[in-house]
Design a protein around this ligand. Structure first.
Ligand code: ZN
Length: 347
């Protein structure tokens, strides 16, 4: 047993029934089978989530929206938005999904555990304060960040979002908040349409939103290039007390909903680099939330690669960012230009 690495999972996550839909229960079944057949589950601390309270959901979401979800479930389910079907149990399972992230951050704060991956569904990063959208009901990672602020007085939280879609809900929640640095790298243009370079936060939060819009076809090397050249210097300046990750696996080369070219082992390298930031800045405190990822096999392989990175204690050689195409270098330069005024480390 590895003392510092954990896994949040609950069989009830399968009860959020979306019918014939890419965000389906089989996603988690496929992941758990892969982890078990790789013999990795015995090495992980299993953490059982409990439901978030409504008060905790209200950290991020408005009452009228929470009541809308409850009413739709009570009526037998339906469409929360054109992309987001819910069943009678979905409201309760969404509480358990947010609760999975809360249990994970509590476990890191009070225990010796350091990296926990919460295999939750429904996902959360598109859910905005007054609406669910894009397969998401409650914004699990935003609720966890608010919980860290309110319960533990954490003042600097880094959220890294590598889902292929921009996490508009998380961005909106913390757009004017300097205690949460939101970094997203995503395919652009793509759903939900937000996440351009000039969205940098406002008011107190100006400079604490970092968007890295990427062209279709971006590879592992391209992602590692932007992580090294944008995330790492900004994070080292910000010095997070806690690192949260919105881990979607829909940038995988085989994913049906997007057009990126990331491999399963590529996601392991992203996790390794972000774990390095957490180790340097906050004694390794890091919690990962599952977001998207819709090719069942690619999703399971990629989650396994992330766990392998979390479990490895040796320094592995990082894949060098070679052969970076000129448009990518130009894009990175544009982002640096937008961020340089806020972060002295960004040269
Ligand atoms: Zn996604």
């Amino acid at each position: 047993m590895n003392a510092v690495t954990g896994l949040v999972y609950h069989e009830d996550y399968l009860k959020h029934d979306t019918g014939v839909h890419p965000e389906c229960a089989e996603r988690l079944v496929s992941i758990m089978q892969k982890l078990e057949s790789a013999g990795i589950t015995e090495e992980l601390n299993r953490i059982t989530p409990i439901k978030a309270t409504k008060e905790q959901i209200r950290y991020v979401h408005r009452d009228a929206y929470i009541m809308k979800v409850e009413a739709l479930c009570a009526r037998g389910g339906g469409m929360l938005d054109p992309d987001t079907p819910i069943c009678p149990a979905s409201g309760e399972i969404a509480l358990l999904s947010a609760g999975g992230m809360l249990k994970a951050v509590d476990t890191v704060m009070v225990d010796k555990m350091r990296q926990i991956f919460a295999l939750v569904r429904p996902p959360g990063h598109h859910a905005i304060p007054n609406a669910g959208m894009g397969f998401c009901i409650f914004n699990n990672i935003a609720i966890a960040a608010e919980h860290l602020k309110r319960k533990y007085g954490i003042k600097r939280i880094l959220i890294v979002d590598w889902d292929v879609h921009h996490g508009n809900g998380t961005q909106e929640t913390f757009f004017d908040d300097s205690s949460v640095l939101y970094y997203s790298m995503h395919q652009y243009p793509h759903y939900p349409g937000t996440g351009w370079i000039d969205e940098v936060g406002k008011g107190e939060g100006e400079g604490f939103t970092v968007n890295v819009p990427l062209q279709a076809g971006t590879t592992d090397a391209g992602y590692l290039y932007v992580l090294e050249n944008i995330l790492v210097p900004i994070a080292m300046d910000f010095k997070p007390e806690f690192v949260l990750v919105s881990a979607g696996f829909d940038a995988h080369i085989n994913d049906p909903l997007a057009s990126m070219n990331v491999t399963s082992s590529g996601f392991g390298l992203f996790a390794e680099m972000i774990k390095g930031i957490a180790e340097k800045s906050c004694d390794g405190k890091m919690v990962i939330a599952l977001e998207g990822g819709y090719n069942l096999n690619a999703l399971a392989e990629s989650v396994l690669a992330v766990f392998e990175s979390l479990l490895s204690r040796d320094e592995r050689s990082e894949k060098k960012a070679e052969g970076i195409p000129e448009p990518m270098k130009k894009r990175v330069e544009e982002i640096r230009q937008a961020q340089r005024i806020y972060w002295s480390n960004v040269l």
